[in-house]
Write a protein that binds this ligand. Structure first.
Ligand code: MN
Length: 229
């Protein structure tokens, strides 16, 4: 067995609610424009075109209970509250009707976005990583196992900033449902245990500033809260 030239980074993880167990994160996939009213607010046609994906890094996760450090090189960091799907197994070309058998559970996440850098990238036809995949860009709640809560297909999803509701929607407004996004994603990538899927955000995205308190949740799944530092 060969030695690593330096100690490997620790495996990023999330707590499992009501348990001492932790969920080890493999990859983070994010779906774009999955609620019609958000697609419209971003200037796009909400028709049912194939879903598109981008990625964050596994170590972009900010575990529950941590403050969000305002990132460098931006003047316009936005919140996007999202349902997070956590996989316990994976595969390729997973049929839609078998997709939910891959799901470990669900959480509440924030797809934090440097909107100004993302907008520049879009305009120049460049990749989105500088806007989406920075450190701490994926705050997330603990995960709730599907064996406890089932597979929610409806339920309010909301985000408050300093007590004021900024985003409000319902999981039943998702254009691409969870089994469809797993199936489609598995035609492009080999999914694996430990993958997280951020499933898109409802309308109302907007900027945060240092000192803001963000509180978000999904009925039946959980909530998260953090302060921007
Ligand atoms: Mn998003």
């Amino acid at each position: 067995m060969s030695d690593f030239v330096f100690a490997p980074a620790p495996v990023p993880s999330l707590p499992v609610a009501g348990s001492m167990a932790v969920f080890p994160i493999h990859r983070i996939y994010c779906v774009g424009r999955n609620y019609a009213d958000h697609a419209i607010e971003m200037g796009h046609d909400p028709s049912r075109e194939p879903p598109f994906f981008f990625q964050k890094n596994a170590d972009s996760v900010l575990p529950p209970g941590s403050d969000f450090p305002y990132p460098s090189a931006t003047q316009d960091v936005h919140h996007e509250i999202e349902l997070v799907v956590a996989l316990k197994s994976g595969g390729s070309n997973i049929p839609v009707d078998q997709a939910l058998s891959r799901v470990f559970g669900y959480g509440v996440g924030l797809d934090m976005t440097r909107r100004d850098l993302q907008a520049e990238a879009k305009k120049a036809g460049r990749p989105w990583e500088v806007g989406k995949a920075f450190e701490h860009a994926a705050p997330c709640s603990g995960l709730l196992p599907a064996e406890k809560i089932g597979h929610p297909q409806k339920g309010a999803i909301w985000l408050k900033v300093n007590g004021t509701v900024r985003q409000q929607g319902d999981l039943n407004q998702m254009i691409w449902k969870v089994p469809e996004m797993i199936s489609y994603l598995s035609s492009l990538f080999t999914l694996r245990a430990g993958d997280l899927i951020f499933s898109g955000t409802p309308a109302g995205v907007g900027p945060v500033v240092r000192g803001d308190r963000l509180e978000g949740g999904i009925d039946g799944i959980g909530s998260l809260a953090l302060v921007v530092r």
